[in-house]
Write a protein that binds this ligand. Structure first.
Ligand SMILES: Cc1ncc(COP(=O)(O)O)c(C=O)c1O
Length: 455
């Protein structure tokens, strides 16, 4: 069923340099089609990005129409109508908790700009020494030197450590493998209190911002923190004048069944980074949104924020953002995401009967499964098997693409996959996806060491 393109015949510098790639020629709804017409369920919407579904004419048309009218103008010198409109729509989508928006070209840039906004805020507030960023182990915030330094996923950092500044990380809010050996009953939010300890050790006058994914992306595949965690984090940030920045590059724009994942908690961030679904799966765009008081501090003092990128605020991407938000509302897709997420979760519960399914978690259409060798001890599988990578490969053979990940046990081992399909998925399609996963799980994936490269 595969139409493979060998690396030897390709001029593309691929992620896996010695692997054959299937060439996807077109896509519609939740399906990808290769150049021979074979169909694959896009069970993760790419890297949890294609929120609206593939092949929507309206989305394609908005790009063509805008390109004919105005494809580019520089944000330092001009504004433009799609930029103004998209910023308004993002703020309205937050119910005006956010009042100003800075557009960039993707999630990594959004994280970088968000941290720079925090720095600028403190500079303009007369606190020039507040520069330290604290984030969490087993997080992912992007791939440039700054974002990777704040990232806590060890496998994604390791090759590039010599280029990363030395920022500190606190333990994740990961009840299934609590770093403090607590259970939900004995938990005293030690993982949140770790932030206060870290701020004290670095010196409160030196700490600028705490950066976290409200619900973990691929590095922990859908881990939702215990109730009260972010409320405690907010308290600590307020106590020490440390800004709270949420990386909602994956969770934003409806993915967790609410427009923004922070709505699941009684907390509003000072800085909100967006990407992926912001362009609906049609255009590379990201953004940083902030409440009015952050912007006002800079406006009333230096009056300039000298950061950004050439493509920031371009009319093409901004037109797609407005259309994406309209489309989400017009088709009631966030409610659909919540409903289908509950159905998916309900169906996934049956997988607990499988000897290696250790934990199922997530919200909305962002549902992760963690596999273990021993359910009781939670011992991870030996990485030599590359279990999750092989499981994903077996799914692909059967017509379903699913994202996999590893390193959930302190970066050294662990196997996970994550469902994150377009919000338009229906019950029959979910049933089919789970059937394929079950078939793949029926394969003997532990019979020999794997030469599959994983990360
Ligand atoms: C939570 C999170 N932050 C940041 C990023 C980086 O986004 P991008 O790959 O668009 O630069 C990602 C991408 O996977 C992500 O999941």
């Amino acid at each position: 069923m595969e139409t493979n393109i060998s690396n030897d015949l390709s001029n593309v510098f691929h992620f896996f340099l010695n692997r054959e790639y299937i060439s996807i020629a077109n896509a519609k709804g939740i399906y990808l089609y290769d150049d021979k017409g074979n169909e694959y369920i896009d069970a993760s919407g790419g890297p949890i990005l294609c929120n609206l579904g593939h092949g929507i004419d309206e989305m394609a048309n908005v790009i063509g129409t805008q390109a004919k009218k105005l494809s580019y103008v520089h944000r330092i010198d001009f504004t433009n109508p799609p930029l103004e409109e998209a910023a308004k729509k993002v703020c309205k989508a937050s119910d005006y908790a956010m009042e100003k928006v800075f557009f960039v070209s993707g999630g990594t840039e959004a994280v970088e700009i968000g941290v720079k906004i925090a720095r600028k805020y403190h500079l303009d507030n007369g606190k020039p020494f507040k520069t330290r960023v604290i984030s969490r182990w087993q997080s992912y915030h992007g791939s440039t030197a700054g974002a990777l330094a704040w990232t806590g996923s060890t496998s994604r950092r390791s090759d590039f450590l010599p280029y990363l500044h030395d920022f500190t990380h606190i333990p994740p809010a990961y009840c299934y493998r609590c770093w403090f050996n607590k259970t939900p009953d004995t938990c005293n939010l030690e993982c949140a209190n770790a932030l206060e300890n870290e701020i004290m050790c670095l010196g409160p006058d030196n700490v600028s911002v705490f950066l976290a994914e409200p619900i973990s992306g691929m590095s922990l595949c859908g881990v939702v923190p215990k109730k009260g965690y972010f409320e405690r984090i907010r308290e600590i940030c307020d106590k020490f004048d440390v800004l709270l920045m949420f990386d909602e590059v994956m969770t934003g724009m409806g993915r967790t069944g609410k427009m923004f994942a922070y709505e699941h908690f009684d907390v509003v961030p000072d800085i909100l980074a967006l990407g992926k679904g912001l362009g609906g799966g049609y255009f590379p765009i990201g953004a940083v949104a902030v409440p009015g008081y952050i912007h006002k501090k800079i406006a009333d003092n230096s009056g300039m924020f000298g950061a950004g990128h050439s493509w920031g605020g371009n009319p093409l991407g901004c037109a797609v953002v407005s259309k994406t938000i309209d489309y989400l509302y017009e088709h009631d897709l966030i409610a659909q995401c919540e409903k289908m997420g509950e159905y998916l979760d309900h169906k996934l519960q049956d997988l607990y009967s499988h000897p290696m399914v250790g934990n199922i978690r997530g919200k909305g259409l962002m549902r992760g499964i963690e596999f273990v060798e021993n359910k009781k001890t939670k011992k991870t599988l030996d990485p030599k098997y590359a279990f999750s990578a092989r499981l994903a490969a077996e799914c692909l053979k059967r017509g379903m693409f699913i994202e996999y990940s590893g390193g959930c046990d302190r970066g050294q081992s662990g196997d996970m996959i994550m469902f994150g399909p377009p919000f338009i998925i229906n019950e029959t399609q979910i049933d089919k996806a789970i059937e394929i996963l079950n078939q793949a799980l029926g394969e003997d994936l532990l019979s020999h060491s794997s030469d599959v490269l994983t990360f």
